[in-house]
Design a protein around this ligand. Sequence first.
Ligand code: CO8
Length: 260
Amino acid sequence: ATAYEFILTSTPRPGVGQITINRPKALNALSTPLMKELNAAVKSFATDGKTGAIVLTGSERAFAAGADIKEMAPLTFSSAYKTDFIQLWSDLTQCPIPIIAAVNGYALGGGCELAMMCDIIFCGPKAVFGQPEIKLGTIPGGGGSQRLTRAIGKSKAMEIILTGKNFSGKEAEKWGLASKVFETAEATVEGALETAETIAGYGGVAVKAAKEVVNQAYEGNLAEGVKYERRMFHALFATKDQKIGMTAFAEKKKPEWSHE
Ligand code: CO8
């Protein structure tokens, strides 16, 4: 196993990789070294041939309290632009297997953006979401203005981004940002692991295709998306798993996925 400094990794259930952000002294603030480790861990799970879904979580106190403000404070326009600062932070969105964010505590700024880069958000009763960048004299930089607006609509996103006010896990669920809110922090992580195990139990080709077509709906327009979905649907008739799945149904058996 690779030893990381700012994250922990494990395989708590069959086919499920767990990544826990572990920088308690800074409420899991996201620094460049931390994001490099996170990218490496995601890549390693996505390519090990065994992992079908990932759960990304933090501590009970903080999923992540934002990008590391101390790292960003001295940046200039030129240095940020030249190095394309935080470009590598969105590598996670290229992960072919589903990632579930299990959010407890603070998910602020870059922390909220990181959760929104995941495919599903589950949260706990004490989750605190927000885009407080305006209070620091800046704006969201990790896709927050785009993804939050798509998730909860323009008026609410404007209010949150322009005032920097936080919102709760319950609100996140009510507004459609999170798909579920759980009663305790532990239940949130358990729920995410259970859902990840369900996903990892399906054929990997169909799971990858399902993630891809939903992302098409999220990122593109309707007419193109419907066409894209149909093409992908057609293509899946060329997979072994489609034959396995449909034959098993007809024979009242449990499918043994080949992931091919
Ligand atoms: N960066 C660096 N250090 C932080 C951060 C952060 N974002 N958040 C907390 N810390 C540190 C504190 O400085 C403190 O360190 P120390 O003990 O050395 O003083 C330690 O964590 C504990 O924090 P607090 O003492 O402040 O704890 P409280 O419980 O009093 O307060 C809060 C908790 C309310 C969460 C408070 O820490 C806070 O307001 N944090 C900053 C939140 C914020 O503004 N986040 C947005 C940052 S901007 C951003 O994320 C831009 C996004 C860029 C793109 C990212 C792409 C993914």
